[in-house]
Ligand binder design. Structure first.
Ligand code: MG
Length: 402
């Protein structure tokens, strides 16, 4: 008789179990003790900067082999000089080809993707095809093209490592556990963003400047606005579904204002395992780049000689409808996650340009989701073209109706 707890999982997608024991992580571990050569796509952004701190601190184990940035040529040159990197690409000039060239450098072991949007999608696929590991800090690649990227990972010698703090925390919570049928739910924690405690009435009048004041994390402007609307957490739910192969009804969000518990996993026996550290991206970047080894952290450890309170509460989907819309898009599947993401990008751009109010961001996403139907392309070119057309469509709705 089967007396071990077991949860039926209805997900259509599963990461393959290459070991009979179903112990996470499923695939081969990277070689121990080896100096890892890193290609960093998005070197001049916020995650890029934290990655450089990690590499600087652990130069005995990590080495920069290539760097790419969108526009900031001077900063890119400065990084190349400091880390003695020959291979660089300014992809506003070189386009996606420059990213692909770097992602497949014969020297590289792991490609860290810290670009925005889906600009690095082809590079991620090229890296996997070349057998490289990919450390992914970018949500859109999986939200938009999870079906293509995860299929490419199955065929690759390389593996995908999560760098987004919540997903890296979940990875750490799952490590060494038998997972198949044992995960009750993933609990993604959320700071609640800049407007966590604002009333629905107050949210009508918030400005771009207000939205860019994040309480705990220092990030780029797009993701800071996404954090304020909680669209970011919605994208993270979709991302978690792909990374860990769990179905949408097993991914929940919990508000945790201190941002110390970075996420949790509940198993079928009701045990919850949480990962904690001070809020800094370096813990996740370092874990992904050094895995399966550990080395001294950059930020200070938690101080338990002082009182420390950790609060948790459910999210308010009435005040933050982006979270509900994201959940619905995830449940619907197909093109909906892509449409959610593309409409949100158009909405945030309009909000930053003061063309759209904060509370109209979810309204625009909802309108776009209602107006667009179709089948999700399996071909990368078709997918990118479709994504661009949704973005244009969303911008037109703003033009005509807002
Ligand atoms: Mg995150």
């Amino acid at each position: 008789m089967e007396n071990l707890c077991r949860i039926d999982d209805e997900t259509t997608y599963k990461r393959s179990y290459s070991n009979d024991e179903n112990i996470y992580p499923f695939r081969q571990l990277p070689e121990l003790g080896k100096k890892r050569k890193i290609v960093l796509l998005g070197a001049t952004g916020s995650v890029g900067e934290s990655t450089l701190r990690v590499i600087r601190e652990h130069s005995d184990r990590l080495e920069l082999a290539g760097i790419a940035a969108g526009r900031r040529a001077k900063e890119l040159d400065a990084i190349a000089l400091e880390f003695d990197v020959d291979e660089t690409s300014l992809y506003s000039r070189e386009g996606s080809d420059g990213l692909e060239r770097l992602a497949t450098l014969p020297d590289a072991d792991i490609v860290l993707v810290a670009t925005t949007g889906t600009v690095a999608l082809r590079a991620v696929l090229a890296a996997l095809a070349a057998g490289k590991d990919v450390a992914i800090a970018n949500k859109e690649t999986l939200v938009v093209a999870g079906h293509i990227v995860m299929a490419a990972e199955q065929l690759s010698e390389g593996r995908i490592f999560p760098v987004d703090s919540e997903h890296n925390a979940i990875f750490q919570c799952l490590e060494g556990n038998r997972t198949h049928g044992k995960i009750r739910r993933l609990l993604l924690t959320a700071s609640g963003g800049a407007f966590r405690d604002r009333s629905a009435e107050e949210l009508k009048y918030v400005t771009v400047e207000d939205a860019l004041q994040h309480p705990n994390w220092s990030m780029g402007p797009k993701i800071t606005v996404d954090s304020a609307t909680m669209a970011n957490k919605g994208l993270e739910m979709m991302e978690a579904g792909w990374l860990f192969g769990v179905s949408h009804n097993k991914i929940d969000v919990v508000i945790h204002p201190q941002s110390i518990v970075h996420s949790m996993v509940e198993f079928c026996d009701n045990s919850i395992i949480a990962q904690m550290s001070r809020p800094s991206m370096t813990f996740a970047i370092q874990h992904a780049l050094m895995y399966p080894e550990r080395s001294n952290g950059i930020h200070e450890s938690l101080d338990f000689t002082q009182a420390l309170s950790l609060d948790f509460r459910p999210p308010d989907e009435e005040r933050f409808p982006c979270l509900r819309l994201a959940r619905e898009a995830m449940v619907e599947g197909g093109i909906n996650p892509l449409v959610f993401n593309a409409a949100n990008e158009a909405a945030v751009e309009a909000f930053m340009n003061k063309r759209l109010s904060f509370i109209d961001i979810p309204n625009l996403i909802s309108d776009t989701l209602e107006q667009i139907s179709g089948r999700l392309p399996d071909d990368v070119d078709d997918l990118i073209e479709f994504e661009a057309s949704v973005n244009v469509h969303a911008a037109e709705i703003i033009q005509n109706n807002y």
